[in-house]
Ligand binder design. Structure first.
Ligand SMILES: Nc1nc2c(ncn2[C@@H]2O[C@H](COP(=O)(O)OP(=O)(O)OP(=O)(O)O)[C@@H](O)[C@H]2O)c(=O)[nH]1
Ligand SMILES: [Mg+2]
Ligand SMILES: [Zn+2]
Length: 339
């Protein structure tokens, strides 16, 4: 980052929070409220052209308290989320992230399919995943081990840490994974303890966290916007609002890394376009029948693959529509000129 040339009159800063079109940027002279230039707003083609939490930006500061952002430095990584519902904007979960802490609670929140979904997104965005299981104080040690085993049966090559934000059990192990100068973002459903973890690690009551009411199990202080926090060792944590649905969009590369065992097997299938559903000579089905492949992993792969190709198709359709609309416009203009 340091090598990036900053021309005279500009400060370098990192976006630590975003409120509609107002950004809080941390600079050498303190935290500054900033907006983007009119030009940036006009030329932006989509969400990605606007600053996001975690971005490094060049800004001009006026009267030590207000700034104008002129440039976003190239992102080393960018976690995006496409809503699985109706067509909607991409959301940027964080920029320049090194690691994602995939946070799940060991209660009914625990869900391997959802973990894999997050893994696809991490692998697609080239962000290293770390699985953090919270609320171990609410179940027995035996149940913790059962969950650990179930995760290991499905997911390999990803660190898994079990913690309790109540007793702080597991914190030392987690802290060995939080490295100086690296940026971590916390992802997971609402109420799993992301903000509580950040509060405990920063040693301050920074983020309001949900308190379990006597009647309901719903947190009252759920996080409503992304925000970036600094640990003493210089590591950076980004808190996120809990996510209800996480679309994987067209994450082919992310799928391939996440389901590498299946992709590896598939290379041996008799037909190159094998769907691994009923073909003869299918290495995937073969491994399934021999018990060499986890059946739940296979089921989730099929589900995710369907979602991915559906997304790909609808994107293709959209582009086709845009193209034919463009042609129509061109013809119209041509006709017009003739007259
Ligand atoms: N027993 C127990 N409770 C926890 C633990 N971690 C968090 N909680 C409680 O769970 C509730 C929700 O915690 P939060 O930290 O607000 O959860 P969050 O993930 O930030 O939720 P959102 O901001 O809505 O995404 C709070 O009442 C916490 O006190 C834990 O390890 N054990
Ligand atoms: Mg929170
Ligand atoms: Zn096959």
């Amino acid at each position: 980052m340091e090598q990036i040339f900053i021309s005279e009159g500009f400060e370098r800063g990192r976006v630590i929070a975003e409120h509609k079109e107002l950004y809080i940027v941390r600079t050498e002279i303190g935290e500054i409220e900033a907006e983007v230039t009119g030009n940036m707003r006009f030329t932006a083609q989509g969400r990605e052209d606007f600053p996001a939490v975690g971005d490094w930006v060049a800004l001009k500061i006026y009267s030590n308290s207000f700034g104008i952002i002129h440039k976003i430095f190239p992102r080393s990584s960018c976690i995006k989320r496409e809503s699985t519902g109706k067509q909607s904007d991409v959301q940027i979960i964080g920029a320049n992230i090194d690691y994602a802490l995939l946070v799940q609670a060991v209660d009914r929140d625990f869900n391997l399919n959802r973990l894999e979904r997050y893994l696809i997104i991490c692998n697609e965005s080239k962000v290293s995943p770390i699985i953090v299981m919270t609320k171990t104080d609410t179940i027995s040690d035996i149940s913790v081990e059962e969950i650990r085993q179930r995760i290991c049966d499905r997911i390999t090559g990803v660190p898994v840490v079990f913690i309790s934000n109540e007793t702080r059990k597991g914190y030392p192990e987690l802290l060995t994974l939080i490295k100086e100068g690296k940026t971590y973002c916390l992802l997971g459903s609402s109420g799993v303890g992301k903000s509580t973890l950040i509060n405990n690690l920063t040693g301050r009551e920074l983020m309001k966290t949900g308190e379990i009411g006597s009647q309901t199990n719903k947190g009252r202080h759920t996080t409503t916007h992304r925000e970036l926090f600094f640990l003493e060792n210089g590591a950076v944590l980004i808190d996120n609002p809990g996510m209800r649905e996480v679309g994987i969009a067209n994450s082919s590369a992310g799928m391939e890394t996440t389901f590498d065992t299946i992709y590896h097997l598939a290379r041996g299938c008799r037909y190159t376009d094998c769907t691994h559903t009923n073909e003869s000579g299918c290495k995937v089905l073969n491994a399934l029948s021999k018990g060499d492949l986890n059946v739940e992993l296979y089921n989730n792969y099929m589900k995710m693959e369907k979602e991915r190709s559906f997304f790909e198709l609808s994107e293709l359709e959209k582009r086709k529509r845009d193209r034919s609309f463009g042609m129509m416009l061109k013809n119209y203009k041509k006709e017009h000129r003739k007259k």
